[in-house]
Design a protein around this ligand. Sequence first.
Ligand code: EPZ
Length: 421
Amino acid sequence: MDKLVVEGGKRLAGNVTISGAKNSCLPILAATLLSEDRSVIRNCPDLRDISTMIKILKNLGVRVQQDGSTITVEPGNYKKYTASYELVSTMRASVCLLGPLLAKQRKAEVSFPGGCVIGPRPIDLHLKGMKALGADLKVERGYIIADAKNLKGGNVYLGGHFGSSVLATGNVMMAATLAKGTTVIENAACEPEVIDLACFLIKMGARISGHATHRIVVEGVKKLHGAEHSIIPDRIEAGTYIIAAAITKGDITLKNMELDHLVAVTDKLMESGLEIKKTISGVRARYVKKLKPLDIITLPYPGFPTDLQAQFMSLMTVTDGISVITEKIYPERFIHISELGRMGADIQLEGPNAIVKGMKSLSGAPVMASDLRASAALVLAGLVAKGRTDVHRIYHLDRGYENIEAKLTKLGAKVWREKEK
Ligand code: EPZ
């Protein structure tokens, strides 16, 4: 197992290129299963979660080739329909195989994804959507077993206690492409990753409208064909580097980023005092004056993303004043608080609200990464802390940040990977 060591105190400056979005690439790779033809997906990030999805596709009997950031998938006449526990248990997003397998094979067995360190992550909305399309569902041996001889369009409301669901919307949309008749998804998620998936499905011949709104309509077709597609830039990786510019009082230009996908975050950071501007070479984030503390509430898109909550909290720990961070998507996604506390941060948790009192400085410490975004938050804190921070269990970070130490090093950070003793 590896750890990441960060020597704090360096100001980050220069250019960083943002990779393709993991959360767009995963369902799009799953969607290739809807056709027998070859699909070519470009701008794929080189990440552990993507390798897991490739393994799952190969296990299903599908040919997959990876050449740099291009992944070519040739499903052919694959016969299998099971995504096994061994692989699904390492990546919860594998649940997005349910829709394509059910639509193409009319049968699917996907290991029940189970719990997660960021709190309960139910899949009731996925199941509700598949049922609305006529699937028979049961849970046996830890697997969701779905059968749908006559998949047919239906109306489904996908709102949960915490709003819309990204992967449930994607799953139902994928299943509906090959169902007979029309499907209407109400309270659909409209995250950029859902739109990217819809765009790929349309290239495959699917008839979808209303993506980017909360009402998606899918007219089922008999067959889909292969397609070529380039994955959108990762808005969460981009947000993480913008926060890196803020926390190190730096000046970073982000290449290959879509500013429109991150408005809720850039708006807040500019309110705090960070300068963010579109230039000919990319998006420039520059520290120009002392930052002000801010309150944020995480919400479904276009609200402030939960996947940047932890990183934003790291910034607020060293921003003079009091800020309140309210988590409305995963109310238990706060494990990073105790680790930030080990670095001297002053954070009180009151229900879904974290009250952060900005400190003059943090002090480097050994800390434990608990999930992907919490790991990024600890690295950001390490960049500004006095002395050395050892971020253990860095495998979480490798699930979602391509070449993070190389990208940070190029920006001037002192950061390296070490084997755990
Ligand atoms: C996606 O997960 C992302 N993962 C997550 O990113 C992200 O945090 C999340 O969306 C929210 O933006 C991928 O896209 C692979 P949801 P997803 O269903 O789709 C509740 C990261 O760090 N809910 O939109 O699984 C759920 O508990 C990861 O990259 C139900 O109640 O999330 C949550 O409160 C972590 N029933 C809310 O909806 C359901 O059936 C939104 O979750 C499904 C979800």
